[in-house]
Design a protein around this ligand. Structure first.
Ligand code: NI
Ligand code: MN
Length: 229
């Protein structure tokens, strides 16, 4: 599995021949503004949305227009919202694994909020647990640390967890370390930091704190890729 980080919480997964884009936030993202980001993409098969906040759903319509066959996967309310705009969607909620061509996906509880910019209710916020034949991955979405995370390793050992670490709206470094303990996860890809002034972190210090706890915090430059095997 290939995991490419763009900025904020936006990542792309490549699992066999399928491309999954997570929480696309480019056009209003200070890191990407004024660049033709759409040109970077040859194909997208799925868009996974953790919750309805603008910094996670900003470019769903743009991508769905460019890639006709894209399937948007999210909670029931977010799926409905984009379904009404003529986008192909798959709605789910907490409580079971669903099989897709790339693997099994479970929508997981998150402690956060979820509303669209226009005020439309965005259902309960969440994250995704993804089980594939190339390993298991947890994408927490925006959340604080929560005891529910300790259930996740019961479903299978994680190879990588994608966790927000920027604080203020989500976990900070110390909460993310606690989360990685509950998750029994040794490898963390940090997201949701440095995009805006109020979520700046000290990257060197953050990596050191994880290292001291026997964990690896991966922080990628934009558009850099790691391989999960
Ligand atoms: Ni949010
Ligand atoms: Mn966010």
């Amino acid at each position: 599995m290939k995991v490419t980080f763009f900025a904020h919480s936006t990542c792309m997964l490549k699992i066999h021949d399928k491309y999954l884009l997570i929480d696309p936030f480019f056009s209003e993202n200070p890191v990407f503004r004024n660049t033709n980001f759409l040109k970077k993409f040859q194909n997208i098969d799925y868009i996974l949305l953790t919750h309805a906040h603008y910094d996670h759903v900003c470019d769903v319509e743009l991508f769905s227009r460019k890639f006709d066959n894209v399937l948007v996967i999210s909670n029931y309310e977010i799926s409905n919202y984009f379904g009404k705009k003529g986008i192909k969607t798959y709605g789910m909620n907490y409580g079971s694994f669903i099989s897709f061509p790339f693997g099994k996906l479970k929508y997981i509880w998150a402690t956060h909020s979820s509303v669209f910019n226009d005020g439309t209710y965005g259902g309960n916020p969440g994250g995704f647990l993804l089980h594939t034949d190339e390993g298991n991955l947890y994408i927490s979405g925006d959340t604080s640390v929560m005891y529910e995370m300790s259930l996740i390793p019961y479903f299978g050992k994680l190879k990588l967890s994608i966790l927000p670490i920027g604080g203020r709206y989500t976990m900070d470094i110390e909460e993310a370390i606690l989360a990685s303990d509950l998750l029994k996860s040794e490898k963390i890809l940090g997201v949701h930091y440095d995009t805006f002034e109020d979520i700046r972190i000290n990257k060197k210090q953050a990596k050191k704190r994880f290292f001291e706890k026997g964990k690896e915090l991966i922080l990628l430059e934009k558009e850099k890729t790691i391989y999960v095997k």
